[in-house]
Design a protein around this ligand. Sequence first.
Ligand SMILES: *[C@@H]1O[C@H](CO)[C@@H](O)[C@H](O)[C@H]1NC(C)=O
Length: 295
Amino acid sequence: MAAHVAAASMGSRTVLLLSVFASCLALAYAAGNFYQEFHIAWGGSRAKILDNGGLLTLSLDRASGSGFQSENCYLFGKIDMQLKLVPGNSAGTVTAYYLSSQGSVHDEIDFEFLGNLSGEPYILHTNIFTQGKGNREQQFYLWFDPTTNFHTYSFLWNAQTIIFSVDGTPIREFMNLESIGVPFPNKQAMRIYSSIWNADDWATRGGRVKTDWTKAPFTASFRSFNANACIWSAGKSSCAASPSQTKAWLTQTLDSSSRYKLRWVQKKYMVYNYCTDVSRFPQGPPLECTAATTS
Ligand SMILES: *[C@@H]1O[C@H](CO)[C@@H](O)[C@H](O)[C@H]1NC(C)=O
C-alpha cells in the first residue's frame, strides 16, 4: 500500500509541473462560467468548454490527457464543483481536482479519482501538502456510482480547518494544528486545477489492471463551479475589503451533526488512512493524527 500511495502523490506532482506558471489575476465574474473562470492548460482539443461555458469536459487518449486551471488564485474559500467521472471501464485512469500553490514549498489539497473496471468501485484518494510535504493520504469508496450522475465535491478552506465534502457530507478534516507544530496552508494562494491522465502503473489495484485503450477516449465532465472565496491578487485579499460577517464559511468548522456524519463515512467507506499505516510510520503516526482523534 505504501508504494501505491507514494506513486499516487507523484502522479499529482507530475501534473502540477505540467501546468503553466502565471501570476494571479483577479477576475470577478458571475459564478460558474468556465470560459471566464478557467482556461485549458494542456491537452488541446481533448479539453472542451461547452454549453456557453456551463460545462467542461476533459478527455484522455493514448497520446495525452488534458487539464484546466483557474484564472484566479484563492487564499481561503468554500469551493464547489460537480463532477461526473469516466463511465464504464475507467481502469488505469486518474481524474484529479485540486488546489495548489506553486514552488518547492507549495501547499496542495487534492481530490483524485482512481478509475476501475466496469461495475467495480472508484477510489476517491485525498491528500494534503503543506510547505512541500504530502504523505497524508486518505482513500474512500463512494456510497454511489460517481459515473452516472454529477455529484458535488467541495473544499472548505479557512484559517481554522480544511474540510473535504461529497454532496455536502464531510469525509475528511485537516484542522489547523500550528500550535503543536503541524504546518497549515494559510500563507500561499492556490489555484484550482483539474486533469485526467493515464496512471496505469499504480492507479487500479496497485497497477495490476491496465488501461484498455480500445475504450478511449476517456471523458470526465465538470459543471456548477461555485467559489465563495477570497481572491488573492497583487498581495491583497478580496476579503479584506468586504465585511467578514457576510462570509460565514470563513469561520465555519464542523458542528456536532457534521462530525457525526464524518465519523460515519470514515467508519464505513474509508479504504486507507496514512494515520494508521504502521509500516510507513513505525515510530508512531504524524502529530496531526493523534491530535485529531482526540478532538
Ligand atoms: C477496484 O475494484 C476492486 C474490486 O472490487 C477493488 O478492490 C479496488 O479497491 C477498486 N478500486 C481501485 C482504484 O483499484
